[in-house]
Design a protein around this ligand. Structure first.
Ligand SMILES: *Cc1c(COP(=O)(O)O)cnc(C)c1O
Length: 397
């Protein structure tokens, strides 16, 4: 490497560090769960995994995955269209489609890839994508890869969405696709899908929802935000992940009408040029969907924790973002305060993560807590107590 390039990179790293924005990865030494083990044997109560239903270490999922490992081996060593399609992959795609009420589905290595392949494949320069300003990074990148005209509306602002739709109409575009997260991952609020779908109807647009933070735990049987808000039939495309509620391994998908899925199978670049999902992941995810669909008890526990933890933090005097999902952001402002609070909570046995720029806007640093059905009632009391003590110590409350 050129010496001045190395210096250039080191300068950027030093700037990140000086701004208090360095992200440090913590090593855990056992399974994901309500408690996690650290090297040296310390255990922490865990408030920051996307393990909403607590399925990441579910014994039946582990068994299904390990059976598939024995039967099909470790890996596929091929993309799907060469020799990488197992009966298991098609079973999983059909299970996803049935679960979400769509004709068919297509698997990707991650939802990041699903969103990366969606827009470029379906839309062209004559078309328009109208995207919520808080959409996930993978949507932003996916939109960038397509030639379609781009319109952005202020998050969840339906007047602005209408303005953008009118603009697209007056620009004479051919097809319009509105895209939104179902649940916004950093803020925890749910998209206004009924109004989005009504506007889509009025202006002749299609609707795509990225439901990564909802599939499996929100809505009836966990069918996500379209089902929760009663617009399951109007939403044209759902993208989602196998890496959160549905067992938490990895993998993403798009569910939609048959022609859309058929074209994605022909053209989506992250599908065509990337390896097929490992058999154990496909089998475990299939089992996870079956468990999630029937897991009203886990969903009830998750929402009970959500209500209790929200109320407890508000009573203690913390500033939260309003919402009703299991994502509960505690707003702190500066990155350093979020890091200090996370460190104080760690000392008290609670694992949380501070989020700051570039993951959230500057000055909007926060600790994003997430509830899980893997937590017990006593863990929620413990967590409220730890936040209250640490918050007082740092003068936040
Ligand atoms: C987590 C997430 C993704 C990425 O999912 P992966 O399967 O981990 O790549 C995409 N979109 C949203 C809204 C997410 O929350």
């Amino acid at each position: 490497m050129q010496p001045d390039f190395t210096t250039h990179i080191q300068t950027i790293l030093a700037d990140i560090e000086a701004a208090g924005l360095t992200k440090r990865e913590r090593q855990i030494t056992g399974p994901q769960g309500g408690r996690i083990a650290l090297a040296g044997g310390r255990q922490l109560v865990n408030l920051c995994a996307n393990n909403y239903l607590g399925l990441a270490d579910h014994p039946e999922i582990i068994e299904a995955a390990s059976d598939a490992l024995q039967r099909y081996g470790f890996g596929m060593a091929s993309v799907r269209f060469i020799c990488g399609t197992l009966d298991l992959h098609r079973e999983l795609e059909q299970a996803v489609a049935r679960y979400l009420g769509k004709d068919d589905a297509i698997l990707f290595a991650a939802c990041f890839d699903a969103n990366g392949g969606l827009f470029e494949t379906l839309l062209d320069a004559e078309d328009a994508i109208i995207s919520d300003s808080l959409n996930h990074a993978s949507i932003i990148d996916g939109v960038r890869l397509s030639k379609a005209k781009r319109y952005r509306f202020v998050t969840s602002d339906m007047d602005d969405l209408e303005t953008q739709l009118k603009q697209a109409v007056s620009d004479g575009v051919r097809f319009k696709l509105i895209v939104t997260d179902g649940v916004f991952s950093m803020d925890g609020h749910i998209a206004n899908l009924p109004e989005i779908c009504a506007l889509a109807e009025r202006y002749g647009a299609m609707v795509a929802v990225d439901d990564c933070h909802a599939t499996g735990h929100l809505g009836p049987q966990g069918r996500g935000t379209p089902a929760l808000t009663g617009v399951g039939n109007r939403v044209d495309i759902v993208t989602g992940t196998l890496g959160k509620t549905l067992g938490g391994a990895m993998g993403g998908f798009i569910a939609a009408s048959q022609p859309i899925i058929d074209l994605l199978r022909q053209r989506a670049r992250p599908y065509l040029f990337s390896n097929a999902l490992a058999p154990s992941v496909a089998a475990g995810s299939l089992k996870a969907i079956a468990i999630a669909e029937a897991a009203d008890d886990r969903r009830e526990k998750l929402m009970r924790h959500t209500r209790k933890f929200r109320a407890g933090l508000i009573d203690a005097g913390f500033e939260l973002l309003a919402g009703e999902t299991p994502i509960i952001p505690v707003m702190l402002g500066e990155a350093k305060l979020a890091q200090d609070l996370a460190a104080e909570l760690d000392k008290r046995g609670l694992y949380v993560a501070g989020f700051f720029f570039p993951v959230v806007p500057k000055g909007k640093a926060r600790i994003r807590t997430q509830m899980s059905a893997a937590l017990e009632d006593a863990d929620i009391d413990f967590a409220i107590g730890a936040f209250t003590e640490a918050g007082k110590q740092l003068g936040i409350i």
